[in-house]
Design a protein around this ligand. Sequence first.
Ligand code: 6PG
Length: 225
Amino acid sequence: MHLSDKYIEQKGRFTVALSGGSTPGVLYQKLASEPHRNRIRWHSVHIFQVDERFVPRDHEDSNFLALNENLLKNIGIPGVNIHPVPVSKKTAPDAAREYEQIIRDFFLLPEGTFPVFDLILLGIGEDGHTASLFPDSDLLNDQHHIAAAATDKQHTHARITLSLPVLQHAENIAFLVSGREKAAVMQKVIQERNHSIPASLIKTANNTPILFIDEEAAQFLHKNV
Ligand code: 6PG
């Protein structure tokens, strides 16, 4: 049974936050093709973004553009079930505040509480970042916000990201990691827990994160991990 079926049976809906970057593109294309496309009850699925670059939605670096091309436009999901980061705001902090309100309103959240997504799909950068939570960022100490603006010297665009507490409150976390260039960081993520490797901080109270990793990215991991 798809994870989505479990939550739709339980709650009548499945809430998922999806990451950008290149790795998940193949997964999104698979979900948009048979047999998955018609097996997932998209009308009961609500899709949010884990993070977004602060660029127009038709910009080549837009995570939403890629998500729409690879998945959204091919699955007949109702428009009201798609909850993208509002990048049309004047500044990235404005967009983060608006996105936080969108999430608060959807989950009917009392002040000071965090949404519990049924699933959050994450990637991991070579520097250990996940979502747009970069190493040694002040955001790693932010225990108040649901969404925040992020910048990083290695990346051109300002970004909007779900916060660390939101990732840690998720019912289920899945990491999707591929390629030999991730092997070194994966060894650190699995064996260390510190702010210089944000991905290693994602421990949810509910479930241990699920790691989907290919052989190249796992080549330095001991088999007994
Ligand atoms: C983004 C992603 C980011 C990504 C990692 C890994 O907006 O770029 O959300 O956190 O998951 O950078 O990216 P790749 O999958 O492209 O290696």
